[in-house]
Structure formats: structure tokens, C-alpha cells
Design a protein around this ligand. Structure first.
Ligand code: VGL
Ligand code: ZN
Length: 223
């Protein structure tokens, strides 16, 4: 059986990390040593993604009128700009990962010199884009990154996903990797969630999608 693995490190950016990130995930920075160990393995392709929003992005609570614009607490209905019949309920966030700001930078501790491609996502202000592959609309899709193209062009068979946040961008990236036909592995100890309480449900979604959660040493043995 052919085995050509890729590593996808999701959104390990200043705004998702303590102490200064606007959307800091608890212990977000603590996963960097594990990520650097993964980066030292012979993955055929190593990719880092960046959440990369314009200042007027639809997911920022600050871009909506009160009272339903509370970061973390408010939900908002996004309509597919290409099809008014398709809608998505989504969560509003503090401003984060704005293009050109310090918060959008990958954390300096990450060994970025070992990364082959940096994939930016979330640039279209009209849609949320947790997955590093595409926005959640399907009828039609609004915004796609170059991630699927890179992985298919390289003949990748297996995608290993890690990074931030476990319950948002890591989850949706892993689910889309499966949909793209790759065997998909999430390196659990190299992720951290926004809401720890949501993780049992995330693991159920993985099970249903035939995605395996492994620890770093298992990835070391496989790759
Ligand atoms: C993310 C919330 C908003 C993530 C991105 O990278 O998980 N979460 N934008
Ligand atoms: Zn975002």
C-alpha cells in the first residue's frame, strides 16, 4: 500500500496563543515543541495554514450591531452570497488574525523553515472559513484555498493534522481532508480547543468520519 504522508499545521498564530492573543486558546503555545518534533519527520509535504482575515470580516463581532454582537457568545446567520437559500449559523469572535497585524503571524517558536507551503484562508470577508480547504457552503462553494491542489498534486495518501483550535479549524480541516479522500489522522496532543467541553462530541464526529486521533509518538512511528 502506498504511503505518502503530509503534515498540516493549522493556524498556530499569535492571536490564538497566550499571553497576548485576542482569541487565545488555553495552552495554545504549549503545543509548539510537539509540532517542531513533527516537523522534523520525513513528511512528503509540510504545510502551515494561516487564518488571514480582512478587518471587515463577517466573523468579527465588532462588524455587527448590538445587542447580538458579543464575541464568543453571539451566533450569526451567514447567507451564501452566491445562493440566498443556503445559510450557516456561526459564532462571532473578537477581531483576530487581521492581515498585516502581529496577531496574524505564525508564532516565532515554530520551525517555519521546515515548512514547504504556507496556505492562507479566511480572506473572503463574506464567509467563515474554519477548514483550511474551503468555506462551509456547498451549493455552491464560495472560497477555496490552494490546500487540496497541493496535496493532490503531490500524490499524498495520508494527512496528519495538528494545531489550533482543536474544536474549530483543526476539526473542520480534518473532516474536509477525509472528504477529499485522504486517510486522516489528528495528532491530539499537538492541538488545544477553544471549549474543552466540546471535545467528546468532536471525537464522535471523528469516529463517524473514520478519522483517527493519535498521539505524537504514534505519528513518529508511522512516518
Ligand atoms: C479559528 C475561530 C475563528 C481557528 C479561526 O483557527 O480554530 N477559530 N477563526
Ligand atoms: Zn478566524
Amino acid at each position: 500500500m502506498t504511503f505518502k504522508p503530509a503534515l498540516v499545521i493549522v493556524d498556530v498564530q499569535e492571536d490564538f496563543c497566550p499571553p497576548h492573543g485576542s482569541l487565545a486558546v488555553q495552552e495554545g503555545r504549549d503545543i509548539v515543541p510537539a509540532l517542531n518534533e513533527l516537523l522534523s519527520l520525513p513528511f512528503a509535504v509540510k504545510i502551515a495554514t494561516k487564518d488571514f482575515h480582512p478587518p471587515d470580516h463577517i466573523s468579527f463581532a465588532s462588524n455587527h450591531p448590538p445587542p447580538d454582537n458579543k464575541p464568543f457568545a453571539s451566533m450569526y446567520t451567514i447567507t451564501n452570497p452566491l445562493n440566498p437559500e443556503e445559510t450557516q449559523q456561526t459564532r462571532l469572535w473578537p477581531d483576530h488574525c487581521v492581515q498585516g497585524t502581529k496577531g496574524a503571524e505564525l508564532v516565532p517558536e515554530l520551525h517555519v523553515s521546515k515548512v514547504h507551503h504556507i496556505v492562507e484562508k479566511g480572506q473572503d470577508k463574506r464567509v467563515e472559513m474554519y477548514s483550511a480547504f474551503a468555506d462551509p457552503f456547498t451549493n455552491p462553494n464560495v472560497s477555496r484555498s490552494k490546500l487540496a491542489q497541493i496535496l493532490h498534486d503531490e500524490g499524498i495518501t495520508d494527512v496528519y493534522v495538528a494545531g489550533l483550535a482543536a474544536d474549530y479549524c483543526v476539526k473542520f480541516t480534518a473532516l474536509d481532508a477525509r472528504k477529499e479522500g485522504f486517510r486522516t489522522w489528528v495528532v491530539g496532543e499537538a492541538t488545544r480547543p477553544v471549549d474543552p467541553g466540546s471535545m467528546p462530541e468532536v471525537h464522535q464526529e471523528y469516529q463517524k468520519a473514520k478519522i483517527s486521533v493519535i498521539d505524537k509518538d504514534e505519528a513518529v512511528r508511522m512516518v
